[in-house]
Design a protein around this ligand. Structure first.
Ligand code: ADP
Ligand code: MG
Length: 409
């Protein structure tokens, strides 16, 4: 695998860099610029080598299939997906101008690329404005590839997608004999996540902590983790599917009924290595505006009209004890509805236990989990916080392989 660090003779060369600028926005303002910051080493390296840097990224969802049934919604997605605020922030961080092109193809883009001087940076508009992006459309890939003399993959958060900008371009350039490489961020992510995939004896006990909302989206990773980890601690809404599968009452808690058989099968196969909550903080309503009661009950005692919104104090202690003994920890998915003040303790307890265990190698992989770690001030306590939620999970699921990285390897 060639890295950007090792790429030479780039003076005057047009280098296409797929970055992950899919940042959270609120009313057009960037809420967290971490993904832009993480892309800087690669961009600066290329500027330093005198390359002409062409940046590509997607931002948010753009569902072109809505064009007929709900054009207003598509219009809104396009408006909210503009990379203009990202271009402005990038320019601040680099302390130099960034040429922002409102188009994703056409004469203006081609002329602007031709006008680029050595060491200058250009960002084109959201790749998903193109219907062909997610379809890995050949014509689109060919056009984008024609803009570059080399390609660098640094969008770890998009590396699990074989799209035109992540897969089509490098495939074409590679076939043309042009250099393709990974950037600093992808190199770092791969090194850290591979340690969670190829487990060394010295990294045991290896504990995975899973939470969040959906079981179905994380199914394959549970099976894969069972082959790698010593124990899996399950909290969050995901725990209720397991608890119900084992015959416990879960009241009104979110349960994926079509996953009950799978959950039970996993639990049995794990042979005591899946640890479930022993108590739960429950409420009569998810919406704080109509909530009347919050209480802690032991597992199995969730009354009909109540739902579990966080792990309870005994579970926090149990999970913390397991984490204290671990040599390696992989965490994905909050333990409760951490966005609401009354249901943050479970997620904080995980962060706290990870922070206290200084000898362990600890990885946070998951968009909301990383946001929680940041919100509660624990970012620096992890050995590695991944910029890719889905990509980190898929990398573990697929034993270290991702299409967007394989294609440049
Ligand atoms: P990540 O992005 O880290 O992979 P997910 O997207 O799977 O995590 O899940 C995050 C969401 O799960 C959060 O919005 C959180 O509020 C929700 N969640 C966690 N526990 C519960 C629960 N018991 N009931 C409802 N939602 C929950
Ligand atoms: Mg999420």
């Amino acid at each position: 695998m060639l890295t950007v660090k090792e790429m030479n003779d780039l003076e005057g060369k047009r280098v296409i860099v797929r970055v992950d600028f899919n940042v959270p926005l609120k009313e057009g303002a960037i809420r967290d610029d971490n993904r832009i910051v993480q892309a800087l080493p690669t961009i600066k390296d290329l500027i330093g080598k005198g390359a002409r840097v062409i940046l590509l990224s997607h931002l948010g969802k753009v569902q072109h299939k809505l064009a007929e049934e709900n054009p207003a919604k598509l219009e809104k997605q396009i408006k909210e997906g503009s990379l203009a605020p990202v271009a402005a922030r990038l320019s601040e961080l680099l302390n130099k101008p960034v040429v922002f092109i409102e188009e994703t193809r056409g004469d203006v883009l081609i002329e602007s690329v031709n006008d680029l001087q050595n060491g200058e940076v250009l960002l084109l508009q959201n790749t998903r404005y193109e219907d062909g992006e997610e379809k890995n459309d050949v014509a689109l890939s060919n056009f984008w590839a024609s803009l570059g003399d080399a390609f660098v993959m640094d969008a770890f958060g998009s590396a699990h997608r074989a799209h035109a900008s992540t897969y089509g371009i490098p495939e074409i350039l590679k076939a043309e004999g042009k250099p393709v490489a990974v950037g600093y961020l992808v190199e770092k992510e791969v090194a850290n996540l591979n340690r969670c995939v190829d487990v060394k004896d010295g990294d045991r006990p290896y504990i995975a902590i899973l939470g969040g909302l959906k079981v179905s989206g994380k199914i394959k990773v549970i099976e894969s983790l069972l082959n790698k980890c010593d124990k899996i601690l399950i909290g969050g809404a995901m725990a209720f599917t397991f608890l119900k599968a084992l015959g416990h009452g879960t009241g009104n808690s979110p349960v994926e009924d079509d996953q009950l058989a799978y959950a039970k099968n996993c639990y049995v196969k794990a042979n005591g290595r899946i640890i479930l909550p022993v108590d739960t903080v429950v409420s009569d309503a998810f919406d704080p505006a109509i909530r009347t009661t919050v209480q802690t009950v032991s597992t199995g005692n969730v009354a009909e009209c109540f739902q579990g919104l966080d792990i309870g104090p005994k579970t926090r202690e149990l999970f913390a004890m397991e984490i204290a003994r671990a040599k390696m920890v992989f965490w994905n998915g909050p333990m409760g509805v951490f966005e609401q003040e009354g249901f943050q303790k479970g997620t904080i307890a995980i962060c706290e236990a990870i922070a206290k265990n200084e000898k362990a190698f600890t990885v946070c992989g998951g968009g909301d989990s990383a946001a929680a770690a940041k919100q509660f001030g624990y970012m620096d306590d992890f050995s590695h916080v991944s910029t890719g939620g889905g990509a980190a999970l898929e990398m573990i699921e697929n034993d270290g392989r991702l299409p967007g990285i394989d294609v440049v390897s």
